[in-house]
Design a protein around this ligand. Sequence first.
Ligand code: MG
Length: 382
Amino acid sequence: MTVLAPYAAHSEHSRGRRHAESPPEYRSEFQRDRDRIVHSTAFRRLVYKTQVFVNHEGDLYRTRLTHSLEVAQIARTAARALKLNEELSEAICLAHDLGHTPFGHAGQDALNDCMRDFGGFEHNLQSLRVVDDLEEHYAEFDGLNLTFECREGILKHCSYNNAVLLGDVGERFIHRQQPGLEAQLANFADEIAYNNHDVEDGIRAGLISLEDLLDVPLFRRYHDQVQTKYPALAGRRLVYEVLRRMINHLVSDLIDASSARLGESGVRSIAEVRSQPAALIGFSPATRELNHALKSFLREHLYKHYKVRRMTSKARSVVSELFDAFFNDPGLMPDEHEARTRLDLVQGPAGRARAVADYIAGMTDRYAILEHGRLFDPSERT
Ligand code: MG
């Protein structure tokens, strides 16, 4: 086993769990976190949640589950190379999208609009809510009772107003501190994974072409390299050979640039990492540019493609119509969810809205479409 760097998260120095538990016998604290995440209900739902393409559009597109696995695998490689805690990085990555709504960002934006007067809806805050409160697996506590380090890593962004309500994991947003390095790493692994798999899924869906992609410098560089080496290669294999080189470039640069920055900063502990003015994990300036160009390309050519927008617009109506129906009449919700709306007795309409948002956020794409049919289509069974 690799020896961890002094600024890595060490399991034995974890700031612990919200509910005290005896230490695991054969696993580290972070392995236990990872195992709890994999066994959670929310994790299994990721298989039916959209990344960009709605689940029923095809069997080969990324779902949130395969996306999360790709993210975890990238983070593990980088964590090991940087002597950071691989198990913690993996746990954070596997949990990072647990709070995602059905229909990807369209669903999150629609739910956020519905929740505008009730504190808003933010998917990574929701991921924390899933692991802290919503999972019902254990006799002695709600949620998964994960370590502070894992919970901190899941909470990627947070507004000041939300941070003051969150206690320990909110503190860094109030004091403007950095999260641990494993959490910083998870953000980049997420980005590397989705930028590259969205290229593949976009090509597969016929929304972007190889010719268009030649305008993206990172793609162009490796496309030319592959063509020189294998002049006859075309189609799927050509795309895969380019993408694997792109991912390798981004991950290697992330490791090299982060390692150099860690060295220059002279940090010797997590406390010193936290008090740095900026994150220490990141790309070199040249690769940051290349990555930025790739992101801009995807925004313009894929996420704004009319076919993606049509799907997005349908998803928005499904989510907002479900929200309005349940909020106006919680009696339409299945009993266990309806019971949670009774929170409004103590919390007012915001409590009811939150219970409705929790129910909708937990839905898979498939379930949201079915539920919408059951509510609005008179020919559907209820
Ligand atoms: Mg993600």
